[in-house]
Design a protein around this ligand. Structure first.
Ligand code: AMP
Length: 118
């Protein structure tokens, strides 16, 4: 069996990291190198290496990632669209800057975010 990803070790509580959110399908924790005042990673408990490798079987998990994002934004006080707001990012592969081969959604908030992104 292949080595667990760093995110799997966090989900399995082998590496300590306070969870911002957890349900049956996903867990979320703060990014270790935040790119905004709020930078949370939302991760499926099932290992899906990257979004382009998800299958129909993963449909509920993919939905759970986005539903969790809304709940986390509300919990962290950045859901109000007129005063705050947030951005979700998923990196797939080399050109996108993927570094951890375990699907994760970045939730960035707490400052104005440039568009287009770098
Ligand atoms: P990506 O470049 O999309 O694969 O994002 C991976 C993210 O994981 C980066 O933003 C890293 O800062 C973050 N990261 C790596 N190791 C940890 C860790 N132990 N705890 C929290 N975040 C981490």
């Amino acid at each position: 069996m292949s080595e667990k990803t760093i995110f799997q070790k966090i989900i399995d509580r082998e590496i300590p990291a306070p969870l911002v959110y957890e349900d049956d399908l996903v867990a979320a924790f703060h990014d270790i190198a935040p790119q905004a005042p709020i930078h949370v990673l939302i991760v499926p408990k099932k290992l899906i290496p990257r979004v382009g490798e998800a299958t129909l079987e993963d449909q509920a998990t993919l939905g759970a990632l986005l539903l969790a994002a809304g709940k986390i934004a509300e919990k962290l006080g950045v859901k109000d669209r007129s005063t705050e707001g947030f951005r979700l990012v998923i990196n797939h592969g080399k050109n996108a800057g993927e570094t951890v081969p375990h699907l994760h959604v970045h939730l960035l908030a707490g400052r104005p975010l440039d568009w287009p992104p770098g």
